[in-house]
Write a protein that binds this ligand. Structure first.
Ligand code: AMP
Length: 366
């Protein structure tokens, strides 16, 4: 079976999940609710997703034998992180349907390829330029202007692999500091807020988006998500239409997140939207859907990759999701008695600064 083959799972069938973090854990829990089993593949013996499944494979992503056995144990494969090595995806896709199709990863693993893809769809991004040397950075600065953000093309997350370049900075020094050979320089966006759209696309091409989420970062890490975002309806409609266009163009199956900047309009005009990033997976900014919507992003993803119908999720109210990062988790007890709050503890080991340990959702009347 290859990834182009259509699958329809039956209750009792098994979903293989690459990655054993909190996203894999919440996907496995959602699968269980629908009568499906999950088998998690992760190299980390302390993976929080292992705690909620009966069958787990603890092996490296380059372990061909383990991947082959894993593929033979499951009925479809999905992933909880976007940096799945392409060789891993190929080995699995030769044996089982892998959804979303690993081709999507080629687009989303590289910021330059991703931005070119979005631009070709007629969707706006921050202005950007390819940079592969200190000399190239000087040329890009002349073209894009300052301030700007220099980002590695691959493997950036939570603000890692990026540097803000300001007037007076020495391009040679900035380039050396990023420690990469391929980067992009992006114009610094004076955004009024950051939003994301969590969209699901089924095997039949139906797209369902959740209400637009507004996201607040601290130290480059998502801290609070609020749904719905405080943006005009017309802007929300546009944001969802952009996510739908992207999902359709990728021939995507599953849940994806599209992160966007809302840029204030000049002279009282409506704000405009720039796409920042596509995450080909369930996303932290969609965690509010677990308690704040009739069907969560995790269940929606499982439905999509199982070949089942998508839900038309109903939002339960005004929802706020707060990440418990590092030592925040030690206070989980204080949320237990808070009216309208639901606590999610990921069961990870020791808290470390910047580590996502859990989250709390509070649902209030709209
Ligand atoms: P990213 O890794 O691209 O998602 O960036 C992480 C965070 O850095 C974003 O959520 C923004 O808060 C900020 N950021 C990224 N790119 C830009 C930009 N071009 N202009 C202003 N802020 C940015």
């Amino acid at each position: 079976m290859t990834s182009s083959k259509r699958v329809t799972l039956k209750p009792g069938d098994t979903i293989g999940i690459l990655g054993g973090g909190q996203l894999g854990r919440m996907l496995a829990l959602a699968a269980a609710r629908l009568g499906l089993k999950a088998q998690v593949f992760s190299p980390d013996p302390d993976s929080p997703a292992f705690d909620v499944v009966q069958n787990a494979t603890c092996a490296e992503y380059a372990d061909v034998e383990a991947l082959e056995l894993f593929a033979s144990d499951v009925d479809v494969v999905t992933y909880e992180f976007e940096n799945v090595p392409s060789a891993t995806a190929m080995i699995l896709a030769a044996r089982r349907a892998v959804l979303p199709d690993p081709k999507v990863l080629e687009t989303t693993q590289d910021r330059l390829v991703e931005k070119d893809f979005v631009t070709k769809l007629g969707i706006a991004t921050a202005r950007y330029a390819d940079v592969s040397s200190a000399e190239g950075l000087k040329t890009a600065i002349a073209q894009i202007g300052l301030p700007a953000v220099l980002k590695t093309r691959r493997f950036g997350y939570d603000g890692k692999g990026q540097i803000v370049v300001r007037e007076g900075d020495d391009p040679e020094r900035v380039w050396a500091e990023l420690e990469t050979r391929s980067a992009i320089l992006e114009a610094f966006v004076p955004f009024e807020r950051e939003i994301s759209v969590i969209a699901a696309r089924s095997v039949t091409g139906e797209v369902v988006c959740y209400d637009v989420t507004e996201n607040e970062h601290r130290d480059h890490i998502l801290k609070v998500s609020r749904a719905p975002a405080a943006i005009p309806d017309a802007v929300a409609v546009q944001a969802r239409a952009m996510a739908e266009k992207i999902a359709t163009a990728l021939n995507y199956v599953g849940v994806l997140a599209v992160e966007m900047f809302v840029v204030p309009g000049a002279n009282g005009q409506a704000p405009s939207l720039l796409v920042n990033e596509i995450a080909p997976r369930v996303h932290n900014s969609g965690h509010w859907t677990l308690d704040g919507a009739s069907v969560s992003q995790f269940e929606q993803h499982i439905r999509a990759i199982a070949g089942w119908s998508l839900a038309q999720p109903v939002r339960h109210g005004k929802v706020t999701m707060t990440n418990l990062i590092g030592n925040d988790i030690l206070d989980y007890g204080k949320w237990l008695t808070m009216p309208g709050a639901t606590v999610h503890h990921y069961g990870k080991g020791a808290p470390r600064p910047g580590r996502k340990m859990g989250h709390v959702t509070v649902v209030e009347n709209d």
